[in-house]
Design a protein around this ligand. Structure first.
Ligand code: MN
Length: 424
């Protein structure tokens, strides 16, 4: 691992947020208002204060978007502006050159992350969930439709997805109430209504769009980067018993829509550029509108941890239950975006487009409990001696992600955490 670049802000050696990262978030400032900032080490650089002091005048002549309470206005600008702000922020926070002198003024714009509350970084204007991991789709086919071909014939031709609801996307730390719903009674063709008995997680990454399109305007694969601002970790909570009863013929509905949690820092595509890598081979070759000439996968390691209420009481650390990697995804974000807009559907600034559960080949790399425990038949053993098929009330799930490449510093996403409350 390479030494991080120097900043005048102290950065712990193992930090997710070296100077090379500078992910965007929104925090509740001392004055009670929401400010945009970038994470650096254990701190946040307050971009609203910095813009108000004139430090971003050259990168963004009208600094209003940096004074907004969410990232949406900034997202609308597009890549040239995003990159100019990033370059300027890096310069201001770096130890060398002109920035040192500038930094003296900037010191008061740095706050500790632990002293503030992080908010949902953007107003989620659209939400789509894809199904782009071939390992996950194959596992779920085996579990939900045993005895049939697990991968349906369309799967290798298009990035399958569904339009979800944006209204219950929540930020890291939000408590998740166990949903009620209809689930089929065992050995019967009729359902009962009540709290889900199969509450699950989905380990995903999501990309955040900017530079909205107009209706009827498709985004070609090679233009995708102009519209993707950055990525977050997504935990797409799922109630498997509700899902299994409702999903045919139209797809996921209430088994998915009660909550989706995202990490609070949006790691920019600019920061992730050095970690771009080839994806898996695609066979058969995609149709021309999905053809991809460049690499558009990213080497992002993912981890899932679980801590039960008992473990929490006994001060036992969260146990790791899965490790996966974003680069294994069969369909890339560029192909997802090209497919999504190929019929002329509009992309708004602040859209969230999630990858679908990211499972690898080995059983310890599965990104959901339904796969890790094979629908509860092979329960996980926790260090407390407890077992888990699906989530219990009081369980906390934590997902972490970081991008890696030999010779470069690791850049991280922070984490997305959620604790389950009993049904109401
Ligand atoms: Mn999902």
């Amino acid at each position: 691992m390479k030494q991080q670049s120097e900043s005048w802000v102290p950065i712990p050696a193992d930090s997710d947020f070296p100077l090379e990262n500078l992910p965007y978030g929104v925090f509740r400032a001392e004055n009670g208002e929401n400010h945009i900032g970038v994470a650096i080490g254990d701190s946040i650089f307050d971009l609203r204060e910095a813009a108000a002091a004139g430090l971003f005048d050259r990168a963004l002549p009208d600094c209003a978007p940096l004074g907004a309470p969410t990232l949406n206005q900034l997202l609308a600008f597009g890549r040239a502006t995003w990159s100019a702000i990033r370059v300027r922020a890096k310069q201001l926070l770096s130890s060398d050159g002109e920035a040192v002198h500038r930094a003296k003024n900037a010191e008061r714009m740095v706050i500790k992350q632990r002293d503030v509350m992080l908010k949902l970084p953007f107003e989620v204007s659209d939400y789509v969930d894809f199904y782009s991991s071939i390992e996950h789709a194959t596992n779920l086919g085996k579990i939900l439709r045993p005895g049939t071909e697990p991968l349906l014939p369309n799967w290798r031709y298009l990035p399958i997805g569904y339009h979800g609801r944006a209204s219950s996307v929540v930020v890291d730390g939000t408590l998740v109430v166990r949903p009620n719903g209809q689930a089929k009674l065992p050995d019967s063709n009729s359902p009962a209504f009540g709290p889900t008995k199969a509450l699950d997680i989905e380990l995903e990454m999501g990309f955040v769009t900017g530079r909205s399109t107009r209706l009827g305007e498709p985004i070609p694969v090679e233009q995708a980067r102009e519209h993707i601002f950055g990525l977050v970790i997504v935990n797409d909570w799922s109630a498997r018993d509700i899902q299994a009863w409702e999903y045919q013929p139209l797809g996921p509905f209430l088994g998915k829509s009660f909550a989706t949690s995202i990490s609070p820092w949006v790691v920019t595509l600019d920061a992730l550029e050095p970690y771009r890598c080839p994806g898996p081979p695609q066979e058969p070759p995609p149709l021309p509108y999905l053809e991809q000439k460049e690499d558009f996968s990213y080497d992002i390691e993912l981890q899932v941890f679980l801590q039960s209420a008992v473990m929490h009481q006994k001060h036992m650390a969260p146990a790791i239950i899965a490790k996966s990697n974003f680069k294994a995804m069969y369909w890339s974000m560029a192909q997802q975006l090209a497919h999504l807009t190929s019929n002329g559907a509009r992309i708004p600034a602040g859209g969230l487009y999630a990858s679908g559960t990211i499972s690898g080949e080995s059983p310890d790399s599965y990104g959901s409990l339904i796969e890790l425990t094979w629908r509860g038949t092979k329960p996980l053993k926790l260090p407390s001696g407890e077992e888990r098929g699906f989530l219990e009330d009081g369980d906390t799930v934590i997902m972490r992600a970081s991008a890696h490449r030999d010779g470069l510093p690791r850049i991280g996403f922070g984490e997305v955490r959620g604790t389950i409350l009993p049904a109401e």
